[in-house]
Design a protein around this ligand. Structure first.
Ligand SMILES: C[S@@+](CC[C@H](N)C(=O)[O-])C[C@H]1O[C@@H](n2cnc3c(N)ncnc32)[C@H](O)[C@@H]1O
Length: 459
């Protein structure tokens, strides 16, 4: 607590008055740890039954649970590598619940890395519709790609753009948009001391201006009747209510709506920013009122505006005959059916299945135009790790299954080749029936294709 900036403590004392002592005491407590069952991979109840952790439900997120850090280390369990859950702060589960995306919709997560909310949105979309996950920072994008792939998401397009470059391209295109904005991070000081050390009153002003500019760019991309969720992990009313006030003054056709599940939260404080009382509908998540870190969530509905001109679908690089041939022969040899129908595109020799009717991506930073299937080499096809994680065991002809605790499983995760009497060819490696990665059998050996960057340390 002593390490909190003095200006910050004064600010919070002024805002909270009588509540301040209860608030400041939370800095002496350990932050809570949460995980969210990835229902793209397994039903909720099966997850609860199967995971060897003590789980307590999170009231505002049906798939979310608090676990006990220390005895349980879900981040180090092989089920994590299989994408069966995502580790996420309990409060951070609130914005995607408020967004409430539906299967078949078009959804934009504009500030997406490392992907906590994108993976949550994808699970709610059940593989149908299009999720555009955008992240401006190149470094942070790597984690976004990895997390979406590990969770087996098949309908995401991953972009790396400044929001300014997206607003005309996707005009009126999205049913729902999440802006989980870069912020001063006051709600994370307990968990992340670096954020605390970077904080200054000035940094909150800069964050507020940046958030407003991101909202301005997002506004035209939402269809009339669509829903926008703005969230931060800060308490600062210059951000939060202050930003919404400035935005709503310029965009009266955006109307604040009740945050679903708001009974678990505390109403926003429009009076702290001299904002319209309707902003009370937004929610504040306070660590002294609930079991989680600090967050702010607002739901806005766009009541009118330009109907999406349903842009003409863009053209993506075609797939030449050789690439088609090697992919087809891989499918015939390895899969039990024709599960990938395209449309397909080829970036270099990398083959992707892309969502239909996507506006043109030309000139944009495209990290993944769709599901990455693998590399179409001249004579053969090398399937991607993303494809392995998107497949279920019944979709492949050959697989080797391990159970947690089995030594050969850890040898596989460490990148070792394993002796096998299995049939020759690409083989899906699974744990308890959940895919982990590829191996290729030849000459009595399973050659290891678990990606080098993900390999576990030798014991
Ligand atoms: C709070 S984090 C997002 C966390 C993410 N939604 C999740 O759940 O894992 C905010 C993100 O906004 C990104 N960002 C920073 N400046 C931005 C800008 N000008 N436009 C859009 N995003 C920006 C940051 O790189 C950061 O990844």
């Amino acid at each position: 607590m002593d390490r909190l900036p003095e200006a910050y403590r004064n600010q919070m004392e002024d805002l909270l008055g009588e509540e301040y002592p209860a608030f400041i005491r939370t800095y002496e407590e350990e932050p809570l740890r949460g995980l969210r069952v990835n229902t793209l991979k397994l039903p909720l109840e099966e997850g609860r039954r199967r995971f060897p952790f003590r789980l307590e439900p999170i009231p505002w997120c049906p798939t979310g649970f608090i676990y006990e850090h220390g005895p349980d280390r879900p981040g180090k369990h092989v089920y994590h590598a299989a994408g069966l859950y995502y580790i996420q702060d309990p409060s951070a589960m609130a914005p995607a619940e408020a967004l409430d995306p539906q299967p078949g919709e078009t959804v934009l997560d504009l500030c997406a890395a490392p992907g906590g909310k994108s993976t949550q949105i994808a699970a709610k979309m059940k593989g149908r519709g299009v999720l555009v996950a955008n992240e401006i920072s190149r470094d942070r994008r790597k984690a976004l790609v990895e997390n979406l792939e590990r969770c087996g998401v098949q309908n995401a397009v991953i972009l790396g753009e400044d929001p300014r470059h997206l607003s005309t391209r996707f005009a009126g295109w999205f049913d729902r948009i999440l802006i989980d904005a870069p912020c001063s991070g006051e709600g994370m000081f307990r968990k992340d001391p670096e954020t605390r050390d970077r904080w200054s009153p000035r940094s909150t002003e800069a964050a507020a201006d940046l958030q407003l500019s991101i909202l301005e760019e997002a506004a035209p991309m939402l269809r009339p009747g669509g829903r926008l969720v703005y969230s931060t992990c800060t308490f600062n009313p210059r951000e939060n209510e202050g930003v919404l006030h400035r935005f709503l003054e310029r965009h009266p056709h955006f109307v604040p709506r009740e945050v679903p599940g708001s009974g678990h939260f505390t109403p926003a404080r429009p009076e702290w920013a001299e904002a319209d009382p309707s902003l009370k509908k937004a929610a504040r998540l306070w660590p002294h009122h609930l079991r989680g870190e600090g967050h702010f969530v607002a739901v806005l509905e766009k009541t009118e505006g330009e109907e999406g001109a349903r842009q003409k679908p863009g053209k993506l690089p075609p797939v030449h005959g050789d690439a088609q041939r090697v992919f087809r022969s891989f499918v015939d040899d390895t899969l039990t059916g024709d599960f990938f129908h395209g449309p397909f595109t080829l970036f270099g020799d990398h083959l992707y299945q892309v969502p239909e009717n996507l506006p043109s991506l030309k000139g944009l930073v495209v990290e993944r135009p769709g599901l990455y299937l693998g590399q179409a080499k001249r004579k053969h096809f090398a399937p991607s790790h993303a494809l392995a994680l998107a497949l279920t065991p019944d979709q492949v002809r050959r697989r080797i299954d391990f159970t947690p605790g089995e030594e050969n499983l850890y040898r596989y995760l460490r990148g070792e080749a394993l002796p096998t009497d299995g049939e020759k060819g690409w083989t899906l490696v699974t744990v308890d029936g959940f895919s982990l990665g590829w191996g290729k059998v030849s000459g009595g050996l399973l050659k290891n294709h678990y990606p080098k960057r993900l390999r576990w340390e030798p014991k």
